[in-house]
Unconditional design. Structure first.
Ligand SMILES: O=C(O)CCC(=O)C(=O)O
Length: 263
């Protein structure tokens, strides 16, 4: 893990054109073996969902979400602060340095519902399109276990609508993806430690978890250094400003203590 992960010019071009890419072995087997129990325990400890799946709404059924574990657990911080991950993010974005936005563990339970089609950037008061998420399963998964699925090239259409993740975003963006004939792309399987990276504007979804195992996924979101904060455009962006960017304010550089440079 101390050596950089190699990215070829072909992979960079693929990412620029598709808005997403699958990379194998971004974390080594030994590294995943070491950190999987740490992240799982942190999710158990800090997770707050207690309702049975049947009683939750669409968002609640999609995954158990536990955020910014790096602030709560020193060992998870070691995982999130890996410069190897951040360097891949910077290389794919074509920028020199990236900052941490936040991390989230997204565990989709067996029987968990689909993740509606959405664009991440709707949530983020950041004045850049240079935002990227690393999505890494900590267990081997097949396509029926809630694989992340992308509308290839959809980032080039910009922000499509002002929609939070919901049944409505799912309906409208599924229609948009079909109208624009974006290829819908997902991996058949991913091994623990493989990762996908996608841009904040890439339209994406994930299926329900039809397998019998918990889909344990860890994500890390980065943005380009020197990015400024925008005036929040919705309640989610106001919450993000408070939660992930404090003490910085709209108009300022997003370079507060919660947003360190990681490469
Ligand atoms: O893991 C999922 O089901 C959805 C993840 C996602 O939308 C993201 O990481 O941006």
């Amino acid at each position: 893990m101390n050596v950089p992960y190699p990215i070829s010019d072909i992979q960079k071009a693929e990412f620029a054109s598709s808005g997403h890419i699958l990379l194998e072995g971004v974390a080594t087997n030994a590294f995943v073996r070491q950190y999987r129990p740490i992240i799982r325990d942190a999710c158990m400890h800090f997770g707050t969902e207690t309702r049975p799946i049947e009683e939750r709404d669409t968002y609640g059924k999609a995954f158990l979400q536990t955020t910014n574990l790096w602030q709560r657990d020193q060992k998870v911080r070691d995982f999130v602060f890996q410069s190897r991950f951040a360097e891949v993010a910077a290389t794919l974005l074509g920028v020199e340095k990236v900052r941490l936005y936040h991390d989230q563990a997204l565990f989709k339970e067996p029987g968990g519902g689909p993740t509606p089609w959405h664009q991440d950037q709707y949530y983020w008061p950041l004045d850049t399109d240079r935002t990227i998420t690393m999505w890494m399963p900590l267990v081997d998964i097949d396509s029926n276990a809630g694989m992340l699925t992308f509308a290839s090239g959809s980032h080039r259409g910009g922000a499509v609508d002002d929609l939070a993740i919901s049944d409505e975003s799912d309906r409208i963006l599924a229609g948009h993806v079909a109208d624009k004939r974006y290829p819908v792309v997902r991996a058949e399987r991913m091994a623990a430690g493989d990762a996908t990276f996608h841009l904040g504007l890439t339209i994406h979804t994930a299926g329900g978890n039809g397998s019998e195992i918990m889909r344990e996924v860890m994500t890390i979101i980065y943005f380009a250094d020197q990015t400024r904060i925008t005036e929040p455009r919705n309640s989610h962006q106001r919450a993000d400003l408070e939660t992930w960017l404090r003490p910085r304010m709209p108009g300022q550089l997003a370079d507060g203590e919660l947003n360190p440079v990681l490469n």
